[in-house]
Ligand binder design. Sequence first.
Ligand SMILES: Nc1ncnc2c1ncn2[C@@H]1O[C@H](COP(=O)(O)OP(=O)(O)O)[C@@H](O)[C@H]1O
Ligand SMILES: [Mg+2]
Length: 304
Amino acid sequence: MIDSDEYGFLATDDENAPGDEWEEIDVSDTEADRIARRRDREFDEFRKRLKDADQFKVEQSVFDDATFAAIYKLVQDGHIEAFGGPISTGKEANVYEALGSEDDSERDVAVKIYRINASNFRQMREYLEGDPRFEGIGNDKKQVVLAWTQKEFANLSRARQAGVRVPEPIAVERNVLVMELVGLVEDRARRLAEVEVENPETAYEVVREYMRRLHAAGLVHGDLSEYNMIIHDGELVVIDLGQAVTVHHPNAEEFLRRDCRNVAAFFGRQGLEVTSEELYEFVTAVEADPSGTPDRDDGTGPET
Ligand SMILES: Nc1ncnc2c1ncn2[C@@H]1O[C@H](COP(=O)(O)OP(=O)(O)O)[C@@H](O)[C@H]1O
Ligand SMILES: [Mg+2]
């Protein structure tokens, strides 16, 4: 039996059936693009302050004006109060901690900023292709990165609705995603790869249940490993859902098999006798029901 309390399984949210977040992705010019073009004095001052801030200094060249404008918009909308330091500088994105100001109960947030120029555009394209949510996305690099950021937001919402513990998505603007910070600024969540897993059996049962719930909701993570699961206060949280695809994706099965191999290998090293085949069987035992996914077969597309 899984000690569900220990890892805080979420109740599945039946009232809000999966699919509600399956809105059409709009990568046309946002308010942030307009702010960047307008460049009024207030934005100029904001941009200068941010560029001069210590945590942005080293990489001021990687953020363009429209990215600063997206941050500006998120501050204006009340999602970010103040920036903290960087948590991670990855290949495609930087993650910062920040003070959020959601409904006055200030809480810490994580801000993931995709870098439009550094992004591995070609690889992103492959993940987007075959995903019915992203049909019609052009070859424009900027649009692909914007769609990617919105996809991570949508994937987080869907995973959450399916009862998988992921960071709560808060807001998305252009290439900037604001989400719940897991852990605290002063007590940061650790990746599973960095900690001594106290109870590998329980952790494994939680992970495979999360994989099953994700799959049942029509999603495959696509980059699941001990590097994309973090742990705080005994709670295991799945992160980094930007590349997650729906089960319709031509490579979904291959991605799922790879996820199973990574997870089984990790827990094998923790001393468990698990095989990736057996994990795959467990995860796929419940049939995927991605209800709400636009049915494109009839050629009419989703109703809007
Ligand atoms: N919501 C979050 N709360 C706490 N830490 C986070 C959060 N999101 C990301 N991180 C930290 O940032 C790192 C990179 O984030 P991730 O989404 O995996 O981006 P990347 O695509 O660069 O791998 C993670 O390994 C984790 O340490
Ligand atoms: Mg990652």
